[in-house]
Design a protein around this ligand. Structure first.
Ligand code: ADP
Length: 194
């Protein structure tokens, strides 16, 4: 089973690349941000709780996210592999992910880390705010999300590096990045099989 974590700051292109990976390799794409936006749209109890955090650029509390995530894993148990997009975002989420995958006799195969210059990230997110109307894509919230990313999420690079699972993907156009990702995944497929 191939389980890829697509990792990077807000605006680094995780969602775009995850969709491309998922369709090329037949992996199930789980985007915690997308799921949360669906919960908000449907005004579920989880959505109502999450909205407050998201609109301020904070992370949704770990336990809420971990339970939501476990639920999706259970519902997609026959998947041949996953692209995790936006999860894990904290060390405790990463530990929970390790435990959940271990229980299912599998593990994180690789963490592909996208990078982008901070000014570029802000520009992309502001543009997305105009085009897609995401409420958290305004300057104040974007800055908060980038701070939260460097404080709480970036330390995960070290966590996965120590396990030998971190692979850095050089920035470029969407196509360039995907080409680099595909090279990495082809190599992983070769090593790990199905
Ligand atoms: P981006 O990567 O651009 O910030 P996402 O769609 O991945 O966009 O996430 C949007 C928001 O949803 C985050 O700012 C956060 O508030 C919440 N969120 C998503 N995933 C998680 C997670 N794993 N843990 C906590 N909060 C999350």
């Amino acid at each position: 089973m191939l389980n890829i974590v697509i990792f990077g700051a807000p605006g680094s292109g995780k969602g775009t690349q995850s969709a491309l990976i998922s369709s090329k390799y037949g992996l199930h794409h789980i985007s915690t941000g997308e799921i949360l936006r669906g919960e908000i749209e449907n005004q579920t109890p989880l959505g109502l709780m999450a909205e407050e955090y998201i609109s301020q650029g904070h992370l949704v509390p770990d336990q809420l996210i971990i339970d939501m995530f476990a639920n999706i894993l259970d519902k997609t148990a026959n998947s041949k592999g996953y692209v995790f997009d936006g999860f894990p975002r904290t060390i405790s989420q990463a530990q929970a992910l390790d435990a959940m995958l271990r229980e299912r006799q599998t593990d994180v195969t690789a963490v592909l880390s996208l990078s982008a210059d901070e000014k570029e990230l802000i520009q992309r997110l502001l543009k997305r705010g105009e085009l897609a109307g995401r409420k958290d894509d305004n300057l104040e919230t974007i800055k908060k999300r980038l701070d939260v990313y460097s404080e709480q999420t970036e330390p995960l690079k070290e966590y996965y590096k120590k396990k030998g699972k971190l692979f850095k993907i050089k920035d470029g156009s969407i196509d360039d990045i995907f080409e680099r990702i595909a090279e990495e995944i082809d190599r992983l497929f070769f090593q790990h099989g199905k």
